[in-house]
Design a protein around this ligand. Structure first.
Ligand SMILES: [Zn+2]
Ligand SMILES: [Zn+2]
Ligand SMILES: [Zn+2]
Length: 142
């Protein structure tokens, strides 16, 4: 049985944001996503981008996290289950990682304090190989 649900007016814009997010190599800010959408002449507003991103996160179609600077970053993740990220703070390149040790540690720690249904967010920010090499060669040039 198929049910026809009237699509809200903003669905098209949300799809544009979803596509732009899927095309990004890693976590991006709403501003940089907005900038790339503007380059494509979509005429989409920053507030709409924020709303669409919030909707995608709520639906589980996107991950969001805070950069060490406190900026909200978004990504269309390939894994839907619980996972962690390794993120280059220079170019935003993202690797999805499993962290079995962290899962066990988090559960044990919560249990030892009498906590149940514990959740955690663990993401690692660093420099990817390419960015570290760039930095090294810049340093050598000085
Ligand atoms: Zn992810
Ligand atoms: Zn990088
Ligand atoms: Zn975990």
């Amino acid at each position: 049985m198929t049910e026809r649900i009237a699509k809200p007016r903003n669905t098209k814009q949300r799809d544009m944001v979803r596509e732009a997010l899927a095309g990004a190599p890693g976590f991006v800010s709403a501003q940089s996503l907005h900038a790339s959408l503007r380059e494509d002449n979509t005429g989409i507003g920053l507030a709409t981008v924020y709303r669409a991103l919030a909707g995608l996160v709520a639906q589980g179609d996107a991950d969001s996290l805070q950069s060490p600077d406190g900026e909200a970053l978004y990504r269309a993740c390939t894994s839907t289950g619980h996972h962690h990220h390794l993120i280059c703070r220079s170019c935003g390149l993202t690797v999805e990682i499993e962290a079995t040790d962290v899962e066990q540690w988090a559960r044990r720690t919560a249990e030892s304090h009498g906590f149940s249904e514990a959740e955690h967010i663990v993401d690692i920010f660093g420099l990817c190989t390419a960015c570290a090499q760039n930095r090294d060669s810049e340093r050598d040039a000085d």
